[in-house]
Design a protein around this ligand. Structure first.
Ligand SMILES: [Zn+2]
Length: 319
């Protein structure tokens, strides 16, 4: 049984409660404000998956909604841990306000599952306020190489310039190689590096007492996979690592939380993409085949790079 923080307001019997919060109006009276906080915004959707664990998403598949990524909060008796607070400080502030509706306990750790900006860049808001940001060493390295240029280029794009106006490149303050355990008082989070799967610096968060795993983009539920930094031959093994943890709930990087069936579905997706690359005569035919099998996966722009990753993997035994 997960510990119940004194500061957590109990929600009647339902184990899982989903609700939508209108942050646009709430931001008028709560929390620190900054650019964009008064702009019309997409609703922040909240799912309570345990008494002390919440998942938020803005849904959708654009930068304005952090590509529908998930942000997870865990409350212990002493402190709060956040995972992947979205793509910009404006989004992170919305998470902060939603969190403050639940508890006044201090935010002690922000964990990044990998360096992709929809998971890592928003945490700069907390880093700038002295909060500890935890990431794998390779995640930190890639942030240092990629984020300054990405922030600069997005500030130059008229459609998203406002969103990134106060985004700043930063580096995590604490790194690890194999893993580490974080104590929140009454509950602990094991941070595990599953090897190079989705990216070189992947981390997954195992909440032992809650039987929850926060998977980052090792798992996407009903959403495409961005393979551009993946080591595709390790993906199956990464899913087996998650399966071996035997959790009751898996929080994917994108899409709704589920059980172990999410891992099966993800393995099938990888297999189908690989088969399409190997069996179809050209890229268009392969794309058509994947779209036919997964019509709802918001395949968008990343599928061509996905096929390229699998094709180069087949040609190079080390990739
Ligand atoms: Zn990613």
């Amino acid at each position: 049984m997960a510990p119940q923080s004194r500061a957590v307001q109990r929600i009647a019997s339902a184990r899982e409660v989903e609700r939508e919060t209108d942050e646009a109006s709430r931001s008028e009276r709560q929390g620190p404000r900054g650019p964009l906080d008064s702009a019309p915004v997409t609703r922040l959707r909240e799912t309570r998956i345990r008494d002390n664990v919440w998942v938020w998403t803005l849904g959708g598949e654009t930068m304005a909604t952090s590509y529908g990524a998930n942000c997870t909060a865990v409350l212990g008796w002493d402190a709060v841990l956040l995972v992947d607070p979205f793509i910009t400080p404006a989004h992170a502030r919305r998470v902060e306000r939603a969190l403050r509706e639940k508890t006044s306990l201090p935010l002690r750790h922000v964990v990044l599952t990998h360096h992709h900006t929809d998971h890592a860049l928003g945490a700069g808001w907390f880093a700038a306020r002295g909060k500890e940001v935890v990431a794998h060493r390779a995640c930190r390295d890639r942030m240092g190489v990629e984020h300054p240029g990405l922030v600069f280029s997005r500030r130059c794009e008229p459609e998203v310039a406002d969103l990134f106006r106060d985004a700043e490149p930063y580096l995590p303050s604490r790194t690890f190689e194999e893993g580490l355990t974080l104590d929140l008082g009454g509950t602990r989070a094991r941070i595990i590096h599953p090897g190079h799967n989705h990216t070189p610096g992947d981390a997954v968060v195992h909440l032992l007492a809650e039987s929850v795993v926060v998977c980052g983009d090792l798992v996407s539920n009903g959403y495409h996979v961005n393979y551009e930094d993946a080591k595709v031959k390790n993906l199956e093994r990464g899913l087996e690592t998650l399966r071996a943890l035997g959790a009751g709930a898996y929080v994917p990087g994108h899409g709704p939380t589920g059980g172990i069936e999410l891992l099966d579905a993800q393995a099938r997706y990888h297999r189908e993409v690989r088969e399409a690359v190997l069996r179809e005569a050209n890229a268009d035919a392969a794309l058509d085949r994947v779209r036919t099998v997964f019509p709802d996966h918001l395949l968008g722009a990343v599928l061509p790079s996905a096929l390229a990753a699998w094709r180069s993997s087949e040609q190079s035994p080390d990739s």
